[in-house]
Design a binder for this molecule. Sequence first.
Ligand SMILES: *Cc1c(COP(=O)(O)O)cnc(C)c1O
Length: 411
Amino acid sequence: MNLQDVIELDKRDSLAGKKDEFELPPELIYLDGNSLGALPKTAKTRAREVVEQQWGQGLIRSWNDYQWIDMPVQVGEKIARLIGAAIGQTICCDSVSVNLFKLLACALHSQQGRSLILTDSDNFPADLYIAQNLSKFQAARPCQLRTVARQDIEAELDDSVAVLMLTHVNYKSGLMYDMANITALAHQHGILVIWDLSHSTGAVPLALDDWQVDFAVGCGYKYLNGGPGAPAFIFAAHRHHGNMEQPLQGWMGHKSPFSFSPLYESGSGMLQFLSGTPPVLSMSTLDAALDVFADVQIQNLRQKSLALSSLFLELVVADEVFSELQYQSPENPARRGSQLAFSHPHAFAICQALIARHVIVDYRAPDILRIGFAPLYISFQDVWNSVKHLRQVIVAKSYLQEEYSVMNKVT
Ligand SMILES: *Cc1c(COP(=O)(O)O)cnc(C)c1O
């Protein structure tokens, strides 16, 4: 593979035009869209409009005039298309963590006689934290968390497990579970499954209905490009709607919020997952950002994402200089998400040295260099150039410079 071939790949890329729909500093190669998606121009325009017009001029009238009140449902339905969910099963609200709390409690509630939550020890720590503490809030129905090694998950599925909670694409390695298969295995034992789709939605084809998924949560600010802290979403399959009781009952989930009745009565379907008032500004930018996907086939996104990561890997493997980096993601492209991970004792400093060269990647403790390939705005030449920069950092050992070891609060 040489530069000419890479330029050819960009020429043949049917998604190449999508990059123009984003605001990206021209000098930057942004390989961190798996952590915070880039800014779509539609989202920027919408943010201005919502602040100046809808809020500034419309004030409280905008709850009706601009249907702010319906946004959780409307944005949820836009996400539904990306996750293979029929209408009425997806709603946008709160953060992934809060939504996971709601779903765990809800799933436990419907699993009479079982109290065990099973997960893998590689799961995203925030997901583990939520599950670790849940029992304290379940006075009537205490639960336990069992954390096992990833390769033991299937063997641990038995009739004592109430809920299996897994993250589809691992945040560090990018390793991807076979969601259809694991869900089916769990169902054979009457287990309900909650999938965290934070690193999948907007990057990997998902077919939640076809795969008989029970419940899922996902993130609005990674591949969906909703903006920092954009709200997350919840999916709950229709067949569970009659038997759900989520613990954070709030007025927005009430069947008639503006009757101000002193007694809670849950709204129908997905509405019951709402707790408080939607964050209109950030849900609006997410709403606008989702329009970027309107004419995109997820299969094409996936193909490009794998072509990008495969190119990166190919260039790294072919060059002796990179032998000090240990590849930590699956060899089989079908088993990985939209990112690659390499370990190196100086991973943090390498990451900083790359950022100083305007190549933004990230670091995950203790020693992982993580490279994300958001296919909507990354080109094959971006990949080529990022490998060139990485090569220079390694050859010159510039990561040993003191300034690259200074850690900020957010890594
Ligand atoms: C990003 C991410 C989250 C984010 O959780 P928030 O509560 O929205 O901050 C949760 N789980 C996984 C697996 C993630 O990658």
